[in-house]
Ligand binder design. Structure first.
Ligand code: WT7
Length: 635
């Protein structure tokens, strides 16, 4: 029996038990058999959740790109590593083989080195879903630079906040991007962001849309001419297993985004292991994850996990609705996709459209379907199962987070019987716990509580960049000696987990993780706004949408309210990005507050979701009368 590839349910349970009884042995075996290390580790695991400090494979040396590229060259040199499908279906797809990937990454890495980037330097990558994005990520890893990909839908303010937080020396971007029928001026956004960033010395620009852009003398350079003259081979920097690999920002429930810091060895082992098992990837398969590399899903399950397994991974530049709602299925047919991984929000959006968009295409190549990012509702699950999987493809509902680096709870297809809306069972090595209101672990089934993880797994984030105290406070202080996920969950009679959603002030909109505080901060910048509170409410397609309660400075406001609503959304777009726009904005005379001045979001949430039959105890409020006012004018 190989620990690396689970093939049936009894094997899962056997391996799981072994992984929990002796996690060090388990991960050591996986690490030993399936990866190339320049030097072996001295110790498999060292951990202390009170500090918190987590070290996997201490003393080991490696370079992750040698595991993702070089070691495949002998056996898979001519196999497609990255299959690029452009935004416009009329533009030809590109098949980039492992050999070509090696050359592209080496050239790119040499350019970075030549421009003064070295081990430990931070490089911001603000690129659309074009092959250069994957090359950029891997080129950084090749030379030990820490990449921080910023999703190219974020605004200039969001970009500059991230650049300044990590003190990046370089930005990699493109002239612009295609998005359906539109183009976006990415370089213009970078120029705007850099007005408030001192650390950036160089900007390298890929050409994608051929737009006329400003190039800042001495700072900006076109990427392609540099790549053309660079060496096609590049020695890999030898990294310690615990050296940083990347920083990826995620919203927190308060204030600034959190730069989750991921390290090299454990991240590689865990993402490769889970990719293999969760998608049951076989050598000839074509795997497609529709996420953007700007999110953790893209890092772990478009780039690192698949490439570490020598897989063919699709990079899709487009959107599901362009040129029409059949695009996903057209691509599945065209490239004979075997594993397809997307988000519930996309499934819900497509399920609303005519079935003809699905039925026209031959989807018989599909073997496994995946979902991630938010709870999938039963209706969407069945639509996916019936019309896309034609009832023959297991659905893997994968639960995880930016912080976890890899999938923690998911069925293993063809082994774990699936159950709609349940992420089912923990991956080997993952030890979940449900906690009650008193902070005690709930033993036995069924159970309903807050989801924690009791023991380290190799791909967990090691810190928040520049703020280790915040890492400790956010994840390790609510429940002593456990990692707290921020999610609520149920566990059924057989031990299957169902994630019920966030229990903090993070709202998941269309699969994007949004903190309420940064949005409120943005709104409050509007000169007419005195105070605001954001909550989520259920939405058919997005899962949740945002409802804003806004107090205006002057009650005798003469401006038309609709204009103000537009302006508020404009401010949000500028500060965060269009994904954080509010669906509903209600102007209110006040906000319900506790005596200590905390906004009672529980009440606002109920009003926003039109569930006002039982508002709970409002007697502790400072201003209970305001609740009635808000209810009367609710949207
Ligand atoms: C939050 C993490 C992991 C990549 C994408 C999101 C929610 C994620 C599921 C799922 C129910 C899910 C959780 C989690 N979530 N997957 N299968 N079922 N909820 O990463 O942006 O860091 O968000 O997404 O609430 O805490 P993220």
């Amino acid at each position: 029996m190989s620990n690396y590839h689970i093939k049936h349910l009894e094997e899962y349970y056997q391996i799981y038990r072994k992984s929990v009884r002796n996690p060090e042995n388990f991960w050591e075996e996986v690490a030993e058999e399936h990866f190339e290390w320049r030097k072996r580790w001295d110790k498999v695991l060292d951990w202390d959740f009170t500090k918190p400090e987590i070290k996997w494979f201490q003393g080991a040396k490696l370079n992750i790109t040698e595991n993702c590229i070089d070691r495949h060259l002998h056996i898979r040199g001519n196999k497609t590593a990255i299959l690029f499908e452009p935004n416009d279906p009329k533009e030809e797809a590109q098949h980039i083989t492992y050999r070509q990937l090696h050359e592209k990454v080496c050239r790119f890495a040499n350019v970075l080195r030549e421009k003064g980037i070295g081990k430990g330097d931070r490089v911001i990558i603000y690129l659309p879903m074009i092959p250069e994005l994957a090359f950029a990520v891997l080129a950084c890893a090749r030379i030990g630079a820490i990449h921080s990909v910023v999703f190219a839908g974020f605004s200039s303010t969001a970009l500059s906040t991230r650049i300044n937080d990590c003190g990046a020396k370089m930005v990699l971007t493109s002239d612009g991007s295609f998005r359906g029928s539109k183009t976006i001026d990415l370089k213009g956004i970078v120029d705007e962001a850099l007005k408030s960033c001192k650390s950036v010395e160089k900007v390298l620009v890929a050409k994608r849309i051929n737009s006329d852009i400003h190039m800042e003398e001495g700072r900006d350079e076109w990427l392609q001419p540099l790549l053309d003259v660079a060496y096609s081979d590049c020695s890999a920097e030898v990294m310690d297993a615990e050296d940083p690999l990347f920083i990826l920002y995620t919203s927190g429930s308060t204030g600034r985004p959190k730069g989750m810091l991921h390290t090299t060895g454990g991240y590689m082992v865990y993402t490769a292991y889970t990719f293999k098992n969760v998608f049951q990837y076989r050598e000839e398969d074509i795997y497609w994850c529709t996420a953007d590399i700007g999110w953790i899903t893209g890092h772990s399950y478009i780039v690192y996990g698949p490439l570490a397994n020598g897989a063919t991974t699709v990079m899709f530049e487009g959107v599901p609705s362009y040129p029409d709602f059949g695009r996903f299925w057209e691509v599945v047919e065209k490239h004979k996709i075997n594993q397809f991984y997307t988000a519930p929000t996309a499934i819900r959006a497509l399920a609303k459209e005519n079935l003809g968009f699905v039925n026209t295409y031959d989807l018989s190549s599909l073997k496994v379907l995946g979902t991630v990012g938010e709870p999938i509702n039963e209706e969407a699950w069945h639509w996916y199962n019936d019309h896309v999987g034609e009832k023959k493809c297991p659905i893997v509902d994968t639960w995880w987070q930016t912080e976890t680096g890899g999938i923690l709870i998911s069925p293993i297809p063809f082994s774990t019987p699936t159950k709609p809306t349940y992420a089912t069972l923990p991956m080997p090595g993952v030890q979940p716990a449900l906690m009650d209101e008193n902070g005690e672990e709930i033993k036995g089934n069924p159970a309903d509580g807050r989801l924690c993880i009791k023991f380290p797994w190799p791909s967990m984030a090691r810190s928040i960049w520049g703020d280790h105290q915040r890492y400790k406070d956010t994840y390790f202080s609510a429940y002593g000696n456990k990692y707290f996920t921020g999610d609520g969950a149920l566990r059924d009679e057989v031990g299957y987990y169902r994630i019920t959603g966030r229990v903090d002030d993070v709202i998941i909109v269309s699969g994007h993780n949004l903190g309420t505080a940064p949005i409120e901060d943005a709104i409050n910048e509007h000169p007419a706004v005195a105070e605001s509170a954001i909550v989520g409410f259920p939405h058919d397609i997005k899962g949740n949408a945002l409802y804003g309660y806004v107090i205006l400075k002057e009650t005798g406001e003469t401006r038309v309210k609709d204009n103000l609503r537009k302006e508020i959304n404009q401010v949000i777009t500028e500060h965060i990005g269009p994904i954080a726009k509010l669906d509903k904005i209600q102007f209110v005379p006040g906000l319900p507050k506790t005596r200590s001045g905390k906004i009672m979001r529980r009440i606002l949430r109920k009003i926003a979701s039109k569930d006002t039959s039982n508002l709970g105890d409002t007697s502790t409020l400072l201003n209970p009368e305001v609740v009635e006012d808000i209810m009367q004018e609710a949207l």
